[in-house]
Design a protein around this ligand. Sequence first.
Ligand code: HEC
Ligand code: HEC
Ligand code: HEC
Ligand code: HEC
Ligand code: HEC
Length: 377
Amino acid sequence: MSHRVKLSSFWAVALAIVVLFGTGVATVRAQADQRAQWAKSKHSNRLRPTLEATADGRRGLTAAHCGRCHSEQGFLAWLPQMQKGNPGLITKPDGSPADIQFLVGLGLSRFSVRPQTCTTCHQSDFTLRQAGATPLLPAGFRAIGVGKGAQCMLCHNSRNGAIVWNQEDPRRYTAPHTASQADVIMGKNVFFVDYGNSFVSPHASFIGDSCVACHFQMSKAPHTFKAEVTVCSRCHGPEMNAARVQNPTKTLIHELEEALEAKIMASKDRIRSFRAWDAKVYAFIETVTLDPAAITSLVLVEVAGQQGVEFTITGGRKIQTQIGELRDAAGRPTFATSDPIVRAGWNFWLVEGDGSWGVHNPRFVRQVVLNSLDALR
Ligand code: HEC
Ligand code: HEC
Ligand code: HEC
Ligand code: HEC
Ligand code: HEC
């Protein structure tokens, strides 16, 4: 009997070793897959945090702003602060503003900064850090009832919550950040639409995990976070695909872009001088005075977080500046912040930056563009 017990405990231990070793191998293999997929996503891009999230790099103290979403270390320092109700810049534990030394101490330095790593989204047992609802976001709202997509919305929002929306004069020329997906899917933060809570996308509220449903659960390679354009058929049947929403929405968004360009071009006689921006040195380099007739064409660009334009001047030279830098003959701003161009411009950058061409919130994006076009007429 005791002999049998010993034998069976021997086999039990052996079996346990085999099972543990087996699951260990399986776990290691799965994590190798996750790592390989993650490495293909922009979340693994180390260059961006090196440029935008390091206190000893070109950003200095601004790393307390950009480092919140553009680095693992900044995000992990900021998340508990946001969960307590302060989505503002990273502070020290006592609530005072972070200084360079503190930020470098967190790891926001050129040698140690990390991008959006495993630890950024996951606790040590691989559950997500945030689910169900978000705290108040930098964009100025909470997203509630969005399942696991809450984790994504912590960073994928327009980051400009200070603006009081829908007022006649926004009193600034800010462009929303390209990370405007949460704003778009929750139907928020635009001008000319009385949105309230009535434009929340069914893709935020009625599919369980919002972002995570399309960009993870229904993806062939989940940790690349790529949503496939064929994902629609999983819920809508074989007839629905992304192009159905994206093609008409792209046409509308480009129409708004052209209307804005035409409207600025029509006022070009009131453009006499501006400071020219050099993207390479990331600074204004000179004040340009010009004969408006020399402006042959222009396109909209974003310049350091502000709405901007790139002029083509007779002879082919291209010069970038911010809308707020344009001056008339008397040295006054060519476009006041209350000009509908500024509000329609915000709306344009919000729906363009989102990058889904309407998929995230089809009805809302359509309404935003149509109302913006009306406001420019
Ligand atoms: C609230 C989170 C958040 C903050 C704060 C933030 N970003 Fe981002 N940023 C993102 C996300 C998310 C993306 C990716 C968006 C996408 O792919 O649509 C992004 C993309 C970018 C990009 C690449 C796309 C582009 O717009 O050209 C740049 C550059 C960038 N951010 C710079 C900055 C800088 C500089 C700051 C600080 C002034 C900053 N970000 C602050 C979340 C943030
Ligand atoms: C941008 C956020 C994000 C990052 C970065 C990330 N994950 Fe995940 N991960 C998720 C989401 C979302 C899920 C699905 C969670 C769920 O359904 O509960 C998940 C699920 C998992 C799971 C559970 C099994 C599975 O695949 O569904 C493991 C294990 C995991 N991740 C490991 C990793 C590892 C390892 C890394 C780094 C190489 C990583 N994750 C990076 C968001 C992330
Ligand atoms: C800690 C902040 C953060 C979180 C959390 C986060 N992201 Fe991102 N995401 C970023 C930044 C920053 C970029 C842009 C990186 C760059 O361009 O260098 C980005 C890029 C992306 C992109 C661009 C695509 C590409 O080609 O890789 C997608 C799609 C994306 N994120 C989806 C998600 C989803 C889905 C989640 C939730 C599971 C999520 N993100 C969570 C910060 C975040
Ligand atoms: C209904 C499915 C669905 C949901 C929900 C969803 N997306 Fe998307 N998303 C897409 C599709 C489809 C595209 C377009 C992909 C393409 O054109 O290749 C897209 C595009 C994007 C892009 C730009 C494309 C890229 O790869 O750079 C980002 C970033 C993104 N989504 C992030 C998010 C975030 C963050 C959320 C939640 C706030 C979200 N998505 C919710 C389906 C979805
Ligand atoms: C995970 C499930 C799911 C996926 C994937 C999905 N949808 Fe939806 N979608 C819904 C639900 C639920 C609704 C709300 C009920 C309805 O209108 O059928 C909806 C509504 C819509 C609407 C009506 C929009 C509105 O604002 O009223 C359109 C258009 C749409 N989806 C297009 C798409 C496209 C295009 C894709 C793929 C890129 C897609 N959906 C992917 C679940 C999904």
